[in-house]
Write a protein that binds this ligand. Structure first.
Ligand code: ARG
Length: 288
């Protein structure tokens, strides 16, 4: 299962990279990010409601690495020009004292896996530090994003570390740690699309989105807050995130890179995804 997913992801990345290669020169950008925050979200780690001890250890560890500079040093590797430290996942063995982490790679700079099966990214470097802080072996379970919260809720994994936005709906299923990162949804559009060029604020972007129709298609990663941003959740009252939705046809893909590939191929108009991954994808597609 894991192998198949890795293969699918590798194929998706390959398509994205091939697009990058074909473009060649500087003027050949294929996509661009509309650099305006459309939502206010915070990332946190998810732990089973029945594991209060792990939850308090996680918060203790987060406070420690935020206080001693470790957290900033990890972020600098990915937002600055540092070199990632790759981490190895041990094989799952219920007889051993392990920290089983649920993640969903293909979400740069938070979780990635290389062709040798080594993991890296902000979340996964924190995962490695947390495991050693707890004196446990690190096991990383790479799955579709949609399964991350469920796997923690059902006890298949100990902790979800996947650029997970805290939402009321997820809070009903799992406990969230203290937050470690503020994020926002952003739009990715084709490089030659001028629709949002004059937008200065989120309201400007939303005013244009509101005029779209079901003939327009916006892509997202399945199960993410980006998906909810498109479909809207005002009908869920306090259980919702408060997104009013966009009157378009939503196209959900297993990975954000697949949505971007669909856009490049002219199958959809725009993509909605978290800001840091939007910029990372754009950099890799455009080759700069
Ligand atoms: N922050 C968004 C959410 O929680 C997207 C997270 C996607 N994460 C990933 N590892 N693919 O819904």
């Amino acid at each position: 299962m894991k192998k198949i997913m890795a293969a699918v992801l590798a194929a998706a990345m390959m398509v994205v990279l091939l697009c990058a290669c074909n473009t060649g020169s500087v003027s050949s950008a294929k996509i661009k990010v509309v650099d305006i925050e459309l939502s206010q979200e915070s990332y946190a780690f998810a732990v089973s409601k029945s594991d209060k001890e792990l939850m308090s250890n996680v918060n203790e560890y987060l406070a420690k690495i935020k206080g001693d500079g470790t957290f900033d040093a990890i972020c600098d590797k990915y937002f600055g020009n540092g070199t990632p430290t790759k981490v190895e996942s041990k094989a799952l063995d219920t007889g051993k004292d392990q920290l089983v982490v649920a993640t969903s790679t293909g979400f740069e700079p938070f979780e990635m896996v290389d062709s040798a099966g080594l993991f890296y990214g902000i979340d996964l470097e924190i995962a490695a530090g947390l495991a050693s802080y707890l004196g446990k072996e690190l096991v990383i379970q790479d799955m579709k994003f949609e399964s991350v919260v469920t796997s923690v809720q059902t006890g298949i994994c100990d902790i979800g570390m996947a650029g997970l936005t805290v939402t009321a709906k997820r809070q009903a299923l799992v406990d969230f740690s203290d937050s470690y990162y503020n994020a926002a949804q952003m739009l990715i559009v084709k490089a030659d699309d001028t629709t949002f060029d004059n937008c200065k604020t989120a309201d400007d972007v939303v005013a244009i989105l509101d005029k779209l129709t079901s003939a327009n298609k916006i892509g997202c990663q399945a199960g993410t807050t980006g998906e909810i941003y498109i479909t809207g959740d005002l009908d869920q009252g306090d259980d919702g995130y408060g997104f009013k939705g966009i009157p378009v046809t939503k196209m959900a893909y297993d990975y954000a890179a697949l949505a971007v590939t669909a856009m490049i191929n002219g199958e959809i108009d725009y993509v909605v995804v978290d800001n840091a991954p939007a910029k990372a994808i754009s950099k890799s597609v455009n080759g700069k």
